[in-house]
Design a protein around this ligand. Structure first.
Ligand code: ADP
Length: 181
């Protein structure tokens, strides 16, 4: 898989609450870049936790280790000129800083900024309802902290926007970055 784009690889890291729109934006971005013949690899919890990290649980140290592995793999991809689009809540600054330190210059932090009340209204997977009932513990935004990125490379605020508008906004920012590198 070789990109005929002149850019180096990139690690596009989407962080945000559950239901904020990370997966939706990642899929849309992948499609738009694909139309421009720019190949990408999409990584998310489903892909990683059934393979690379299937030995890990959800304790804090396991979550940290999961993110570290994703960062290391993404770095290897980026060394080959491949763009990864990574969708992980990655709630703490510490986690995201670790990714940045592993990945280096290729890291593009994208904060998918959707307020908790909107994510909860969307409740894509019914997880917020379960967390509110106490059926899921340590759910980010409910009883576990989400530390808002203070200086992301890109911020996409989805409230009041259509999916298409948000995808196009993200794609435009990413294409600008790719053109510069
Ligand atoms: P996450 O991967 O962050 O958990 P998802 O992408 O799975 O979130 O879910 C986001 C939900 O929000 C989807 O059902 C999507 O259709 C909806 N949505 C509504 N407006 C937007 C928007 N402007 N951008 C992204 N998603 C949106």
């Amino acid at each position: 898989m070789v990109n005929d784009f002149k850019s180096k690889g990139k690690v596009i890291w989407l962080t945000g609450l559950s239901g904020s729109g990370k997966t939706t934006l990642a899929n849309g971005l992948q499609e738009i870049l694909g139309e421009k013949k720019i190949s990408t690899k999409s990584l998310d919890g489903d892909v990683i936790r059934t393979g690379l990290s299937k030995d890990l649980g959800f304790l804090e140290k396991d979550r940290d280790e999961n993110i570290r592995r994703v960062a290391e793999v993404s770095k290897l991809f980026s060394d080959l000129g491949i763009i990864t689009i990574n969708s992980f809540i990655s709630p703490t600054k510490k986690m995201r800083d670790q990714v940045r330190s592993i990945v280096g210059d290729c890291f593009v932090e994208v904060y998918v900024n959707t307020p908790l009340n909107i994510c909860e209204l969307r409740d894509v997977k019914g997880l917020y309802a379960k967390a509110r009932k106490g059926e899921i513990k340590n759910f980010t935004g409910i009883d576990s902290v989400y530390e808002v990125p203070l200086n992301p490379d890109i911020e996409i605020a989805t409230e009041g926007k259509t999916v298409q508008e948000s995808i196009e906004e993200l794609a435009e920012c990413i294409i600008t970055i790719l053109n510069k590198s």
